[in-house]
Design a protein around this ligand. Structure first.
Ligand code: GLN
Length: 218
C-alpha cells in the first residue's frame, strides 16, 4: 500500500511520520505531480496555507488529475488547509485572498475563524468510530465549517460544532490529527477506506485472552 502526501507546502513531514508509524518506512511517498499522483492508493492533503497550496496545485497541473482520481474513489485525508481546498465554497474574509477550492466536499468554510496563530488551541473532539475516548484536536488557525449539504456526513464534532466531514472515501478535518500523539484517526482512515488492519492489533487481541501473554507483553 502506498500513501501519497501532497508535498507542495505545509505539514508534510508530520503527516508522513504519522503514516509511517503505522505502515513502516517506505509506505509513504511525496506527491508533486500527476505522475506521482497516479501511483498512490490514498492521498493526504496536509495543513498549511491553502492559498499557496492551491496555486502550487495549479502550477503542477494537478487540479484536473486530482479531481479525476477523487471521482474514481481515491481515499483522501485532508486536514485544515486541505479541508479548505476540498470545500465547495469559501466564505470571503476581508483582507484575505481566497484560493479556488476543488469543490469535493459539500461544505462552506471560513478561514482562520478562531483567530490568529496565538489563538490556536487544543480541545477534545468526538470522532465517529473512536467512541472509546475523545480525540485530542489540535486547532491551528483553523477554518470553521459554516454549513454542510446532505452529501457531507459529519464525522467529528467539538460540542455542537462539526469539525470533520466525510463524503465517501474523502475525509476532512479542521484540526491536525498528525500533530497529536494519538494514532487512532490515521488508523481509522486506513481501515475504513482501504480495509487495512494493524498487525499487532490481532496479536494484542489474542494476547488479552491469555493472562500470561498479557503479562509478558507488559
Ligand atoms: N489558515 C490556513 C489557511 O487558511 C490553514 C491553517 C492550517 O492548515 N493549519 O489556509
Amino acid at each position: 500500500m502506498k500513501i501519497g502526501v501532497l508535498a507542495l507546502q505545509g505539514d508534510v513531514p508530520e503527516q508522513r511520520r504519522a503514516f509511517e508509524r503505522l505502515l513502516g518506512p517506505g509506505a509513504v511517498v511525496h506527491v508533486l505531480d500527476p505522475a506521482g499522483l497516479s501511483e498512490v492508493d490514498a492521498l493526504v492533503i496536509p495543513g498549511g496555507e491553502s492559498t499557496t497550496i492551491a496555486q502550487l496545485i495549479d502550477q503542477a497541473g494537478l487540479r484536473t488529475p486530482l479531481l479525476r482520481r477523487i471521482e474514481g474513489g481515491l481515499p483522501v485525508l485532508a486536514t485544515c488547509a486541505g479541508l479548505i481546498l476540498l470545500s465547495a465554497r469559501i466564505e470571503p474574509v476581508p483582507g484575505l485572498r481566497e484560493p479556488v477550492p476543488l469543490r469535493v466536499l459539500e461544505i462552506t468554510v471560513r478561514r482562520n475563524d478562531y483567530g490568529r496563530q496565538r489563538e490556536s488551541f487544543e480541545a477534545p473532539v468526538g470522532v465517529e468510530g473512536l467512541e472509546e475516548a475523545p480525540f485530542p484536536g489540535v486547532f491551528i488557525r483553523a477554518p470553521r465549517i459554516l454549513s454542510r449539504g446532505p452529501k457531507a456526513h459529519a464525522i467529528a464534532n467539538r460540542g455542537d460544532e462539526i469539525v470533520g466531514v466525510s463524503s465517501g472515501r474523502v475525509w476532512g478535518f479542521t484540526f491536525h490529527p498528525e500533530l497529536s500523539d494519538d494514532p487512532r484517526l490515521h488508523e481509522l482512515f486506513l481501515s475504513e477506506t482501504l480495509g487495512w488492519k494493524r498487525q499487532s492489533q490481532k496479536t494484542s487481541r489474542t494476547a488479552t485472552k491469555s493472562p500470561t501473554a498479557t503479562a509478558t507483553k507488559r
